[in-house]
Design a protein around this ligand. Structure first.
Ligand code: ADP
Ligand code: LRH
Length: 507
């Protein structure tokens, strides 16, 4: 049979891409039509996404997809990072440039929320991990601002981009769950939470579920991209992590996953949320997944820490002890090779610490954290990189152990998907820290999960998540890492960080 072609628009915090997936009964291939940078911009003290440049990147990508072969696309799906949004006037005009979740405007928002709703009550209803940038904190911080006061509608980022392509507003459920305004038991709005916080739920258009139709491309977009009418947009797991979890090529139920890119999202796929006080205290989230699943996971700082170190070294805005060494920083591969030779577990930091969320001065902040915990301060980029990767592996292990304990599940395999799949050292260290085999791949799991949900909605493939994953397993290149080394070294490293790690944010 002739394969169908689907365009996956996948925007991560570090880059955006338009990827074409070709799908037939036993076939699944990917072709990257276009990749473009995602560079936030600070204006008048506020960090913004450059949303129009991202939209232009999507249009360019769809044009490239249209030109790559004469065979038409069957549909388009969009996934992006979570929690952020654009505000629209009644005529659909974007009222302000969306603010980046790493902006510090939400610093005091949790205190304001706690005055009307205790952290315990909020978690018991929404099951969402406390992160300072959750949408409720952004909305509380924006209360009284001209844009929110004037807003007729709020669209989460993938819904905003979808609206610009089709003119059809909607709120996709998996991403809506990251607002902290959804009850994971009913998979619908948590109206009492919104009421208590003075958040107007009528700003959100009606919920859509992955697989639902989300409109067809507007004439203007057809003219801009050279695509032919009518081309539908299909709702997918529009939260990139929801699509990435669909893209985990698991063949057995006893797996944990780590979606590693800008963030590491480490946890389990469950049938029902875990809303216990122990789960709240361990700062676990119950985001909603595709096909009625729950993504029970913890946000870990991820390769953001390394990206920010490299950026700092490249701009040479570093202290004397962290000064750029030789040629290593220009080339990630060389830097990782040097890190592989560095002393293992010399110093580790808490990769769940919200102190690492904001941009700038990352090598200094890592050095400070080592100093505070009485560990040697990394002196070179290679040593700092090793510290970051050891710390991420340690945080991966802790998240998987905690998720298994809190949900009463057993984990026998760890899947790593996302850009971190390219980082063999991180994959090996994660296998070593967890004491479990790691299956790494695919790197473009979010785009694949996006394509698979579209292909199923179009009737090109059938089945539940296990059938979709079997197709991934049989078609995508994967690499297995077996645990090596002295496992107790990881216990000793964890002990150096003590009880303060990760759960600090939950108090
Ligand atoms: P996001 O979706 O959040 O933008 P990605 O999943 O694209 O992130 O992952 C980006 C990260 O993947 C980079 O920060 C980098 O650390 C890692 N990465 C990508 N390509 C490579 C590579 N060739 N070698 C090592 N690491 C890589
Ligand atoms: C990863 C991600 C993650 C969210 C964060 C804001 O791209 O969507 O799941 O917590 O961005």
């Amino acid at each position: 049979t002739t394969p169908h072609r689907f365009a996956a628009v996948d925007l991560g915090a570090s880059s955006g891409r338009v990827i074409v997936g070709e799908v037939a009964a036993e076939r699944l291939t990917l072709h990257e039509a276009h990749r473009f940078p995602n560079q936030p911009t600070r204006v008048l003290g506020t960090l913004h996404w450059d949303i129009l440049s991202l939209y232009q990147g999507i249009l360019n990508g769809l044009k490239a997809a249209a030109n790559s072969t004469p065979r038409p696309l069957t549909s388009i799906g969009i996934d992006t990072w979570a929690v952020d949004y654009g505000l629209l006037a009644a005529d659909g005009t974007l009222l302000a440039n969306p603010v980046h979740y790493r902006d510090t405007r939400t610093t005091n928002a949790a205190e304001k929320v706690a005055k009307v709703l205790s952290p315990q009550a909020l978690y018991a209803t929404t099951g969402i991990q406390h992160l300072p940038f959750n949408t409720i904190y952004q909305l509380i911080s924006a209360q009284g601002t001209p844009a929110l006061t004037a807003a007729h509608r709020l669209l989460l980022i993938p819904d905003l981009l979808s609206y610009w392509l089709t003119g059809e507003p909607g709120t996709e459920l998996t991403n809506a769950s990251t607002t902290q305004l959804i009850d994971p038991r009913t998979r619908d709005w948590a109206t009492p939470v919104a009421q208590a916080l003075g958040i107007d739920l009528t700003l959100f258009p009606p919920l859509r579920r992955p697989g639902d139709p989300a409109g067809t491309l507007r004439q203007e977009v057809l003219a801009q991209t050279g695509l032919t009418t009518p081309l539908p947009v299909t709702a997918v797991g529009s939260h990139d992590t929801a699509s990435a979890v669909v893209g985990v090529p698991a063949t057995t139920p006893d797996f944990a996953y780590i979606a590693t890119g800008t963030w590491s999202l480490a946890g389990l796929e469950l049938d029902a949320p875990v809303l216990t006080e122990a789960s709240r205290a361990a700062n676990f989230t119950n985001e909603l997944g595709v096909d009625g699943t729950v993504r029970y996971l913890r946000n870990i700082m991820g390769l953001w820490m390394l990206q920010e170190c490299v950026r700092a070294w490249e701009s040479r805005g570093t202290t004397a002890t962290q000064r750029i060494q030789a040629t290593h920083t220009q080339d990630l591969t060389a830097l990782l090779q040097a890190a592989a030779q560095a002393t293992p577990l010399r110093s580790v930091v808490d990769a769940g610490d919200p102190a690492f969320i904001a941009p700038d001065h990352m090598p200094d902040r890592i050095a400070d954290a080592c100093r505070r915990t009485g560990q040697p301060v990394p002196r070179t980029p290679a040593e700092t990189t090793r510290c970051v990767l050891d710390s991420l592996a340690l945080a991966h292990r802790r998240a998987i152990d905690d998720a298994a304990r809190l949900s009463g599940r057993t984990v026998r395999t760890v899947h790593i998907v996302g850009g971190g799949v390219h980082n063999a050292l991180l994959c090996q260290l994660t296998a070593d820290a967890c004491g479990l085999p790691v299956i790494a791949g695919p790197a473009e799991a979010a785009a694949l999960g996006n394509v698979l949900v579209q292909a199923r909605a179009a009737g090109v493939i059938t089945g539940g998540l296990s059938e979709l994953r079997a197709l991934l397993h049989s078609t995508q290149p994967l690499r297995q890492y077996e645990p090596t080394g002295d496992h107790s070294a990881w216990d000793r490293a964890a002990a150096r960080l003590g009880d303060a790690q990760v759960t600090r944010a939950a108090t």
